[in-house]
Design a protein around this ligand. Structure first.
Ligand code: AVI
Length: 316
């Protein structure tokens, strides 16, 4: 908790001020994100689901059957579970920062798949993906140490990493895959570059759900840090920067204000920004190059008819 408070305080006193997007996801933030995925403007979730549905057979030919699935940011586990029939995993290891939420998801899923070995892990892999020793022991207990592995990372969450950090995470994912049998790999969803007229409304919807999601971050930070942000004094800003190929989300101070917390204070001028998220949009060629740089050999991409979203299989 002290490390979380130190990280938040560091971001707030830096210039420009910033907060990491992982703090969006308290209980309300997770519900608001679920609501975002149902908005007409927010195309990624339904586009990715349609790709998995249309190409399930082709994907299943590359992802080895009986693989141990490591599901990064699993949440409700619903995305992976929807692929179980087609992909036939041999074991399932969902990983999520929110361990309480994950625990409930795993209990429910285990009831539906009683013979599939499952191990839920509470882990914040945003700075490093180091699997605890418990995983190796558990794999040994289930005679799965030498089984093929599939790291599953859907939803284009990789887009929320700066390219250098994305490379570091993918290199660590490559290490996890390389620990399994030949044929192991990564199955990942990535949002692709497209028209600004499609991108910007996806992050600034007419109902204001994304604005509420963005502002709710301040309520969460208040609880974590003991700060006194007033969310009503901040307005949502989202725009596409074509040079960096990313959506930027900010909160903009509606008036000059001072935010206090135990051991710190930050004055914000009127119209000063607080940077809350980047969402990078990749090209297929750019992302394949990143996968190769991370150590993956073979890559394959499936897309939708408009080429808005890519599902990549990258073999270690
Ligand atoms: C979780 N992540 C992939 C979402 C995105 O599209 O970057 C988070 C999000 N932020 C605003 N809307 C959705």
């Amino acid at each position: 908790m002290a490390a979380v408070r130190a990280e938040l305080a560091r971001g707030l006193i830096s210039s420009p001020a910033r907060l990491a997007p992982k703090y969006f996801y308290d209980a309300l933030g997770s519900r608001l994100f679920d609501a975002i995925t149902e908005l007409d403007e927010y195309y990624p979730t339904r586009t990715e689901a349609a790709i998995f549905q249309s190409h399930a057979q082709a994907i299943a030919q590359l992802v080895p059957a009986d693989a141990v699935w490591f599901d990064l940011g699993a949440g409700s586990c619903a995305k992976a579970a929807s692929l179980f029939d087609a992909m036939r995993p041999g074991a399932y290891v969902p990983i999520d920062i929110s361990v309480d939420y994950l625990r409930g998801s795993v209990i429910a899923l285990q009831e539906r798949h009683p013979s599939l070995p499952m191990l839920g892990l509470g882990l914040d892999f945003s700075s490093s993906l180091a699997l605890p020793e418990e995983v190796d022991r558990w794999l040994g207990d289930h005679q799965l140490r030498l089984a093929p592995r599939c790291v599953f990372y859907p939803g284009s969450s990789i887009g929320n990493f700066m390219p250098t950090d994305a490379l570091q995470l993918l290199s660590q994912v490559h290490g996890v895959c390389a620990g399994g049998a030949d044929g192991s790999g990564l199955l990942i969803g990535v949002d692709l570059v497209k028209d600004t007229a499609v991108l910007e409304p996806a992050y600034d919807d007419a109902l204001g759900v994304t604005a509420a999601f963005n502002r709710n971050l301040l309520r969460h930070v208040n609880r974590l840090l003991g700060s006194d942000f007033d969310p009503s004094k901040w307005r949502h800003l989202a725009f596409f920067d074509p040079h960096q190929s990313r959506i930027e989300m900010h909160l903009v101070a509606e008036e000059a204000q001072t935010v206090n917390w135990s051991g710190g204070v930050r004055h914000f001028a009127r119209d000063e920004r607080l940077h809350t998220e980047n969402s990078y949009k990749w090209t297929v060629a750019g992302f394949e190059a990143l996968l190769r740089e991370a150590g993956f050999r073979l890559t394959r991409c499936w897309s939708d008819p408009r080429d808005w979203f890519g599902v990549f299989w990258a073999q270690a």
